[in-house]
Design a protein around this ligand. Structure first.
Ligand code: HEC
Ligand code: HEC
Length: 248
């Protein structure tokens, strides 16, 4: 069971990073040297905004962070600029992705949110990587079936994540040599259904996790993706973090 907490531990690291970030951002700007003091809302260049607000969780240059890689052309084509803007502004309710728009309790202006969303597309999307691909749509409109999801998991995921999603040690497919549990209740409590869908469709190329085309004979269908999300979501425990969660 110790393995079960690998992903969980990294999400804790992420929560701490988030707290540190919020802490820093509340410190009023120190008086700068001379007259060129830049007020926080005047910062309108993408690298500076990304570094100040996103690096802690999404990684330097949008890769190798604890949260989903944003510098992934498949992810960017899948999400699109409107979703990037909306999520950056409003965060993901009940999860570790904070809202950044002032209207939602954050510190950034709508213009700065726009610079971030546009900057991610401009700097990190690569048309040639996604040309001709029909990537599933961002939100699923289908109804998931957990039993079918378990079967699809066996076909597309088990060889890396273990038959029941419990993870494995000494795994050559992972950069770190081990894959943490993705069925631990505490891990699942920290990621939304859309977050799971996004990772399954866009992959984590920075960590060795393939996208929805997988390396199986066929790419996953939207129905299979939705079913696997339903199977994983059903494993969320009501009391995450308790050693003996009550049976669902
Ligand atoms: C070729 C191997 C491979 C396959 C196939 C694979 N994964 Fe992964 N997956 C990985 C690796 C490596 C990681 C990163 C492991 C870690 O850091 O613990 C990962 C991470 C994840 C994560 C956690 C991501 C995060 O950042 O929170 C989820 C969720 C996940 N995979 C779900 C799936 C599902 C569902 C499938 C099947 C549709 C699947 N994976 C197929 C290798 C794979
Ligand atoms: C405290 C950590 C943290 C910070 C800081 C953070 N994020 Fe996130 N972000 C997350 C997590 C965790 C998720 C996954 C949420 C979920 O479960 O769906 C996420 C999700 C996202 C998504 C949606 C991914 C999807 O599923 O489509 C976008 C877009 C995003 N973040 C952009 C940003 C941008 C831009 C910034 C900086 C302005 C930022 N994030 C800062 C933790 C963070």
């Amino acid at each position: 069971m110790r393995l079960a907490f690998l992903s969980f531990a990294s999400l804790y690291a992420l929560a701490l990073a988030g707290l540190a970030l919020v802490g820093c951002s509340r410190i009023p700007g120190r008086p700068g040297p001379g007259p060129e003091v830049v007020r926080p809302e005047e910062v309108l260049d993408f690298p500076t905004l990304y570094k100040a607000n996103c690096v802690a969780c999404h990684g330097e240059n949008g890769r190798d962070g604890v949260a989903i890689s944003l510098a992934n052309p498949v992810y960017l084509a899948f999400a699109g600029e409107d979703n990037l803007r909306h999520i950056t502004a409003n965060g993901v309710s009940g999860r570790l992705m904070p809202p950044f728009a002032r209207s939602a309790g954050g510190m950034l202006t709508d213009q700065q949110i726009g610079v971030l969303a546009h900057g991610m597309m401009q700097q990190w999307s690569k048309q040639e990587v996604v040309a001709g691909l029909s990537i599933p749509q961002y939100r699923s409109t289908l109804t998931g079936d957990g039993a079918r999801g378990q079967q699809a998991f066996g076909i597309f995921c088990a060889r890396c994540h273990g038959a029941a999603g419990e993870g494995s040690i000494g795994d050559a497919k992972s950069k770190t040599g081990k894959i943490g549990s993705i069925v631990d209740g505490s891990y699942l409590a920290l990621i939304s259904d859309q977050g799971l869908r996004s990772i399954m469709i866009a992959g984590r190329p920075d960590e060795g996790m393939p996208d929805w085309r997988s390396d199986a004979a066929q790419p996953m269908t939207d129905q299979q993706i939705t079913d696997v999300v339903a199977w994983l979501a059903a494993k969320r425990s009501l009391n995450p973090g308790q050693p003996y969660p009550t049976q669902p």
